[in-house]
Design a protein around this ligand. Sequence first.
Ligand code: NAD
Ligand code: DAU
Length: 356
Amino acid sequence: MKKVLVTGGAGFIGSNFIHYLLCGQKALELVVNLDALTYAGNLENLKEAEHDSRYRFVKGDIRDKELVGRLFATYDFDTVVNFAAESHVDRSIVEPEIFLTTNVIGTQTLLDAAKRQWKINPEDKYSREFRSGVRYLQVSTDEVYGALGKSGMFTETTPLSPNSPYSASKAGADFVVRAYHETYGMPVNITRCSNNYGPYQFPEKLIPLMIYNCLQNKMLPVYGDGMQIRDWLYVEDHCSAICTVLEKGKLGEVYNIGGNNEKANIEIVKLLLKTLNKGEELIAYVKDRPGHDRRYAIDNSKITSELGWAPAYSFEEGITKTIQWYLENQEWMERITSGVYQNYYASMYGGDKGGS
Ligand code: NAD
Ligand code: DAU
């Protein structure tokens, strides 16, 4: 892993991943961040990286064949980590189309460019001698498996059964990645992680939204009965798991990522209220999300036993660090919620070509 293309690197997990790479990967020569700077992309997340000579930012769309091809030809990446996506379930219910074009067609555009640049030979599929030293990693999600009842966990062989336009688009992308491996012998991995939390998460998602509303003394909108269960992982542990797969993962394999931290939404909301010294009268039970998945839980035994990965943070440590970060970075939150940063980007990067 020397020359890495990270897509969606200005978003929540992508920006944490770029920091993680720049701090921890000694062999790293270059990381190019290709990001369209949608509402969810925020270059402020990468202020420290800007001073690192190994880092470049390119504003652009993963669906832009010409741009993606040019980046491969210019930088000759050996590794691609695709985070770029429309990622919010609620938005996908209102506006599904962009989820399908970005998440499915964008993935296929990246795969095609990598296939061309890496001169992938379909015969590799039969010899199983995949071109060494190059790898495409698709950052997928546990949501592709659908919903669980009271018991059981998602394993890598659980059939895909997505319930929202978002998860359907992520499942579609996974199938395209799989097909490129099976048909052309593309050296790929797919990771499927549970819910992340940590610094730089856009405040439309449960934990940062609830922290923000607590600090503003606004109501905390809990969908339905609040008893839906999510399996939480601190974002840095997701980053370390991706690096583990890039280093040791068997090509063509899927790896689930999770830290065995199942919590009901209402439990999280009450914990945040208590930590921030606010009363439960701020809780507002609101109409449920349509098609709301009741429970997710990841069986992480494949990545832990075969690749030796383990999360470094307990939920208690992770959530304490996260709350602290949002308390110390209230201006970051203010700029996002006020739209100041969007206006700034429009003036800086308003044209088609973007900066680097
Ligand atoms: P995010 O919404 O915070 O960031 C997405 C980034 O992608 C943004 O910077 C955005 O500008 C960029 N982007 C969107 N469309 C683009 C396009 N067409 N071209 C280039 N860039 C584009 O998302 P996130 O929460 O950081 O999630 C990152 C990835 O991880 C997604 O693929 C998501 O499905 C997956 N994932 C997320 C979680 C989670 O809990 N957040 C868990 C598992 C998997
Ligand atoms: O499981 C991984 C997925 O986790 C990722 O693939 C998605 O990109 C990411 O957005 C996340 O999806 P969720 O739908 O689980 O996350 P969200 O933060 O939107 O919601 C978490 C839970 O909290 C879910 O059960 C819905 C509920 N919720 C959410 C919001 C925003 C509320 O009750 N109230 C809210 O206001």
